[in-house]
Design a binder for this molecule. Structure first.
Ligand code: FCB
Length: 467
């Protein structure tokens, strides 16, 4: 069966060698003055304080506390303790000359039951964080949903209950009422296709549901909720810049066979286009209409199809697929031809980022884009002199930034680059076993050790040049 784990494993061995596997196109070194530099994080992955100040449980609390669900039995109970250490974390970004930071708001911290009663202490935390960011001259990009659905809403059907569109719009309105005077940039969702696939299709993420119909329902209702929240905020707060964050990955067939080709068309429709097309074009790809039509309510597409001010693009690698009649979508993961892999087993393919940005320019109206996640897990070690020399991550970031630069040179409307992630953190089903941060976290002491990649990125942010 396909799972996030088997995808990772099938991608090949983990070679920790820094290298460019794709040749960069023209790579003039300097970025526009207004280009934003920064980092992304997510509430459940860093905050901890899971039972503090009135926060309600989320589906990731439930899932991570389920024996066997997460590597080493890790949970987000403490994570990076960012809830208490956020001042120091903001200062790390200030010292790195970061001009932007994407964080997510924990829905159950604000609304412990998902709807109804607001938790003032939850909102107060984000209030302090936003003020701290602004004082450090860092522009906050607020993401409303990065996977930690209130468990109380899961108990009412979660992403399978159409009422969630209204629940989510209400929650968006509550957060915007409190922070909209200081936060200009609002992202609705993070990676709805990952939530649909691993949370509701194949399993492996909370709430660990399975099935093709389950996948499409969760995907469609995320699209619907996103549209409802966009419409709500647009009407109540016309001053805000509204967008969303999608994980878009160029899809390649494993071979030239017509069957593999068809598998790639299908997978591109399932993974990429079923998110971006309804939002920006008002329709689902033809190839998935048989799955969508039975669940499509009257007027749904009108709600989903909303103007947005920016698109966040998360990019880690391309995807290779092949035909497999036993696969949930008639597809299976294929073998990448990449020569280098991260510690996740993900192929290192910088050129795929260029291709994705170019695709948005050519087919989606060249709307303003922020690369809202890009980065790599490697097996970092702290040296005797207390340093983390992650040259492999530096190479990864440099090679991807060259592609961002090439895309801008070709006319792509890319406005910023936010690394995943500021800190090592709770990497979902992998727990703390995978480190993506540019800052190392020593979990037993919570000490932060800026890695070589942090210092490198700080220099790039300061000079706007790729060294
Ligand atoms: C993305 C998620 C993010 C993190 C990175 C590695 O899919 O949005 O939370 O887990 O992968």
């Amino acid at each position: 069966m396909l799972t996030r784990r088997t995808f990772l494993a099938s991608a090949g061995a983990t070679a920790l060698v820094p290298a460019v596997t794709d040749t960069a196109t023209a790579a003039a070194p300097s970025f526009p003055e207004a280009f934003l530099w920064g980092a992304s994080t997510a509430a459940y992955q860093i905050e901890g304080a899971a039972r503090e100040d009135g926060r309600g449980p989320s589906i990731w609390d439930t899932f991570s506390h389920t024996p066997g669900a997460v590597t080493n039995g890790d949970t987000g109970d403490v994570a990076c303790d960012h809830y208490h250490r956020w001042r120091g974390d903001v200062d790390l970004m200030r010292r790195a000359c970061f001009s932007a930071y994407r964080f997510s708001v924990s829905w159950p911290r604000v609304l412990p039951e998902g709807t109804g009663r607001v938790n003032p202490k939850g909102l107060a935390f984000y209030d302090r964080l936003v003020d701290g960011l602004l004082a450090a001259k860092i522009r906050p990009f607020l993401c409303l949903y990065h996977w930690d659905l209130p468990q109380a809403l899961q108990d009412r059907g979660g992403w399978h209950n159409r009422d969630i569109a209204g629940w989510f719009a209400d929650y968006a309105g509550i957060v915007a009422d409190r922070l909209g005077d200081r936060v200009a940039d609002w992202a609705m969702l993070n990676e709805p296709s990952v939530v649909a696939l691993f949370g509701h299709g194949l399993g492996g993420h909370a709430p660990n549901l399975k099935g093709r119909a389950s996948f499409f329902l969760a995907l469609h209702l995320q699209n619907l909720a996103q549209g409802a929240a966009l419409a709500r905020l647009r009407s109540t707060r016309p001053d805000l810049r509204l967008g969303t964050v999608l994980n878009l990955q160029p899809v390649r067939p494993e071979s030239d066979s017509p069957a593999d080709h068809q598998a790639a068309v299908m997978w591109d429709a399932v993974w990429n286009r079923s998110c971006i097309d309804p939002l920006l074009k008002g329709s689902y790809p033809d190839i998935v209409k048989g799955d969508i039509e039975p669940i499509l309510g009257h007027g749904d597409l009108g709600i989903i199809h909303q103007p947005i001010d920016f698109l966040g693009v998360n990019y880690y690698s391309r995807m290779v697929v092949r035909a497999d009649p036993h696969g949930m979508f008639g597809t299976a993961w294929g073998k990448s031809s990449a020569t280098h892999y991260t510690a996740m087993g993900w192929p290192v393919e910088p050129r795929g980022l260029y291709e994705q940005l170019d695709e948005i320019r050519r087919h989606y109206g060249n709307i303003p884009v922020y690369v809202t996640e890009n980065g790599a897990a490697y097996q970092d070690v702290v040296t005797a002199s207390d340093r983390v020399e992650d040259a492999d991550r530096v190479a990864f970031l440099r090679d991807h930034l060259k592609m961002v630069h090439a895309a801008i040179s070709e006319g792509c409307n890319v406005k910023g680059y936010l690394v995943w992630s500021l800190l090592d953190n709770f990497e979902w089903a992998f727990g703390y076993s995978k480190r993506f941060g540019v800052v190392y976290v020593d979990y037993p002491t919570q000490r932060r050790i800026p890695k070589q990649s942090y210092h490198w990125l700080a220099e790039v942010a300061r000079t706007r040049r790729l060294a």
